[in-house]
Design a protein around this ligand. Structure first.
Ligand code: PRP
Ligand code: URA
Length: 209
């Protein structure tokens, strides 16, 4: 079973509370998501292997540590996942970025695929899928399946707010994919929105309705 990592650092909780408020501006929402994404990324990369490397400081030789192993690909689920990319890229500047376009059908709440562009060597990379909202889990599961069909074997899912329903679906369909989230909320409403949630993440990031 995949591990659920609840990243409840006080700085993240504080920033998330501001994001949830209905009167928080688009500018502040975007900036806070960027900041939280970098902090979440810190946990997502916590188990990256390191190796010894001999270096010289201005004063003497020493053995330092360097990240080794597979390279990273960041894959946002469009649109809202785009709001998490800059924060992650500031943490892992050499990462390549792929894009998967999915939107939820308003009636069925099922994801509809519309775009995919991935690094050519995606199957050789540790993939970090990012999307602020894990609601029914349909979008995340489809994105994970698409990446597995391309040969990816090391996939992590980074979210901001998750519903128990979405977590259960990802854990059932993709038990090899660890989930990192800043909050596990109560449930979904009749429109499959997360309660209490923060509303429509894409609309709040981009100022649309
Ligand atoms: C939102 C969100 C996720 C999805 C989560 O995107 O960013 O991708 O819904 O819901 P699920 O877990 O039930 O699939 P949306 O479809 O609203 O598209 P947008 O990001 O373009 O607004
Ligand atoms: N997508 C969102 O943007 N918000 C939700 O609460 C659920 C899906």
């Amino acid at each position: 079973m995949a591990t659920l990592h609840l990243v409840d650092h006080p700085m993240i909780q504080h920033k998330l509370t501001i994001m949830r408020k209905k009167d928080t501006s688009t500018k502040d929402f975007r900036e806070l998501l960027n900041e939280i994404s970098m902090l979440l990324g810190y946990e997502v990369t916590r188990d990256f292997p390191v190796c010894d490397v001999e270096i010289e400081t201005p004063l003497q030789k020493m053995t330092g540590k360097e990240i080794t192993g597979k390279k990273v690909a960041i894959v946002p689920i469009l649109r809202a996942g785009l709001g998490m990319v800059d924060g992650l890229v500031s943490l892992v500047p050499v990462a390549k970025v792929g894009h998967i376009g999915l939107y939820r059908d308003e009636t069925t709440h099922k994801p509809v695929f519309y775009y995919c562009k991935l690094p050519l060597d995606i199957e050789q990379r540790i993939v970090i899928i990012c999307d602020p909202m894990l609601a029914t889990g349909g979008s995340a599961c489809d994105a994970i399946q698409l990446l597995k069909d391309k040969g990816c074997a090391s996939i992590r899912l980074m979210c901001l707010v998750s519903a128990p329903e979405g977590i259960a679906k990802v854990q059932q369909e993709h038990p090899d994919v660890d989930i990192y989230t800043a909050a596990v909320d109560t449930c979904l409403n009749e429109h499959a929105y997360i309660l209490p949630g923060l509303g429509d993440a894409g609309d709040r990031i981009f100022g649309t309705k």
